[in-house]
Structure formats: structure tokens, C-alpha cells
Design a protein around this ligand. Structure first.
Ligand SMILES: [Zn+2]
Length: 90
């Protein structure tokens, strides 16, 4: 069963958002651009777009390999090529 979700980072988003139990926003972090995506496990910059997510976590390819060893079977060969090109131009 595929566990990877592909995420297209929006042009601008807050780094974080604190909410209360009723869903009201209490605090927002500094604004980030679509190029400012970081691995939720190791904090490494993630130059992949779309970026891989497992659960609610964005992962770099190193962490994706550890968390989801079968990731290659869950994406198309074309997307793997695109990700390798994006990693190489990092
Ligand atoms: Zn990582």
C-alpha cells in the first residue's frame, strides 16, 4: 500500500502554525517560500518538488530510504529521474 504522498509546497506558507483546540490560529512562524522545504527528521534542505511526505512528515531522500525502503515502487521512474536531477542541481 502506498504510503508516500506527494506535496507541492505553496509559494508562501508560515513555517509553523499554533492552533487552539477550537482551530483558532494562536501564532504563526515566519513566512517560507516554496524553495524553503526542510526534512522533518534531519532538517536537511529538500530540493524536491513535489516533495515526498510520509504521514505528515516531509522527508529528504536519505530519510525516505530509512523510513520507507520500498519508496521506489511507489513512484514513477520519471519522478525518480526528476528527483535525481533536482538533487544533482542542489
Ligand atoms: Zn532527512
Amino acid at each position: 500500500m502506498p504510503r508516500i504522498v506527494l506535496w507541492n509546497p505553496p509559494a508562501h506558507r508560515p513555517a509553523y502554525r499554533l492552533m487552539d483546540w477550537d482551530g483558532n490560529v494562536l501564532e504563526e512562524g515566519p513566512m517560507l517560500t516554496a524553495d524553503e522545504v526542510y526534512c522533518d527528521l534531519c532538517n536537511k534542505h529538500v530540493p524536491l518538488n513535489p516533495a515526498p511526505m510520509v504521514g505528515s512528515y516531509v522527508l529528504c531522500l536519505d530519510c525516505l530510504e530509512k523510513v520507507e525502503p520500498g519508496w521506489r515502487e511507489q513512484i514513477t521512474p520519471l519522478l525518480e529521474t526528476i528527483w535525481r536531477d533536482q538533487m544533482a542541481s542542489e
